[in-house]
Design a protein around this ligand. Structure first.
Ligand code: ADE
Length: 221
């Protein structure tokens, strides 16, 4: 989100901007860490292309992705954080050919595990900041989830803790390039169509959280 990008850019030194695939990539340093900050845009294709550019062009050795998501787990509150243990595409559906929903045909892996060390660092950051967090499976699809029926199905079928629109694409691109990743999401809604928070106000708050988490993690990655 722009709010997140702006907070990150403020703390960055030796800044340099390059546009690839229509997306500005901001390179620079945080202390002794070289970083590239960018906004992928919405959906799995944007996320996959952005991740591949980060890896190919900017030689990213690790990918940390932040943003908002809809909570699926009943104990997750709006404002709570989800740290990915793994990511799966809930809208991958080749059931007419006999594959279970979510399974990508003819490949070994359909649920992409996050890097355990990045997960540990994200958990440590949340504990230090005293923000509520949960670690679990992040579900991605090119759809905004807004019904209790779908929430129930996604819980039953995939045991997902939150639903969003990019994580599994970042995860798959990272997996294909042997690049460690973690997805960190702030819950903006309950994915059930119930009253949404004021999205603009919420993204400002959520951005502060993700920025603080990243700031805590960066010295150790
Ligand atoms: N991002 C934030 N809330 C979401 C939802 N309910 N479904 C998909 N993506 C989201």
């Amino acid at each position: 989100m722009d709010e997140e990008i702006n907070l990150l850019l403020r703390g960055m030194e030796n800044k340099c901007t390059e546009v690839k695939c229509g997306i500005p990539f901001y390179s620079g340093t945080f202390g002794d860490r070289s970083v590239v900050v960018c906004k992928s845009g919405v959906g799995k294709v944007n996320a996959a292309v952005t991740t591949q550019v980060l890896i190919d062009t900017f030689k990213a050795s690790q990918v940390l992705f932040t943003g908002v998501a809809g909570a699926l787990h009943p104990e997750l509150n709006i404002g709570g954080i989800v740290i990915s243990s793994e990511c799966m595409q809930h809208d991958m559906d080749v059931t007419p050919l006999g594959f279970a929903r979510g399974i990508i045909p003819y490949q070994e892996v359909s649920s992409f595990p996050a890097d355990p060390e990045l997960v540990r660092l994200a958990q440590k950051a949340c504990r230090e900041l005293q923000v509520q967090y949960m670690t679990g499976k992040v579900l991605s699809g090119d759809q905004f989830i807004a019904s209790q029926e779908t929430v129930t199905r996604l819980r039953e079928e995939f045991d997902g803790v939150c639903a969003e629109m990019e994580g599994a694409a970042v995860a798959q691109a990272c997996y294909m390039n042997s690049t460690p990743f973690v997805i960190i999401r702030s819950m903006s809604d309950k994915a059930d169509g119930s009253a949404h928070v004021n999205f603009t106000e919420f993204t400002v708050e959520a951005s502060k959280h993700s920025h603080a988490i990243l700031e805590h993690m960066l010295p150790y990655v």
